[in-house]
Ligand binder design. Structure first.
Ligand code: ZN
Ligand code: ZN
Length: 204
């Protein structure tokens, strides 16, 4: 390399290369990473053309950024401990992790509750009825709510989590505010009538 102070382009190339190597180290085991970095070194350091170095570094930086993003989006496997945590809504002994902040937007995150398969499905049906305007989900949710097998205390808990997510999304401006209102809840899931039929105060 020349002894002159680095040009702006050289600095850009150096910054890109540093970012690229950091990503490689993050995504691979130590040994693998050193091997990959050594081959990048061979290509990049031997290339005299700065613009070309920038192009190469940028291309691979983007490649590894995408891989990192995909890894972040991949859901981790639940632990036995988690699976054996009782459902937070009904107490069934085996549960799934439900993300209150959805995985597609936030990646794997800590804002989760444990729900059994039935309560989990009910949660998503209610959400889709309220947010996606899904008639299909609405029908199924109403059908489940009619069943004596679904305890009102369970349905109320599930709905509360559902609404917490909806409020969070409305606060962020991702969905319309009206979807958080009691009027909308009555319109979509007949909630006041549901509570009345179980002689529960409409305290939601
Ligand atoms: Zn449950
Ligand atoms: Zn879920």
């Amino acid at each position: 390399m020349s002894e002159n102070p680095p040009t702006k382009q050289e600095k850009t190339a150096e910054a890109l290369i540093a970012e690229l190597y950091a990503l490689v180290r993050e995504l691979h085991s130590k040994k693998q990473a050193e091997g990959i970095i050594a081959s990048f070194e061979a290509v990049l350091r031997s290339n005299e053309n700065e613009a070309e170095r920038v192009n190469i570094a940028e291309h691979w930086r983007d490649f590894y950024r995408l891989r990192k993003y995909r890894r972040l989006m991949r859901r981790r496997r639940p632990t036995y401990q988690e699976r054996m945590t009782p459902c937070s809504a009904c107490g069934y002994p085996i549960s799934h992790r439900h993300h209150l902040w959805d995985v597609a937007t936030h990646g794997e995150n800590m804002v989760t509750i444990q729900l059994c398969p039935n309560c989990h499905e009910l949660q998503h049906l209610m959400y889709n009825a309220l947010v996606r305007d899904s008639v299909y989900s609405q029908k199924l949710a109403l059908h489940a709510l009619k069943s004596p097998r679904v305890a009102p205390e369970t349905a109320i808990k599930v709905l509360e989590w559902c609404r917490a997510t909806i409020r969070y999304e409305a606060d962020n401006g991702w969905i319309e505010r009206f979807r958080t209102t009691d009027e909308w809840l009555d319109q979509r899931l007949g909630w006041s009538d549901y509570l009345k039929s179980h002689q529960l105060a409409a305290s939601h």
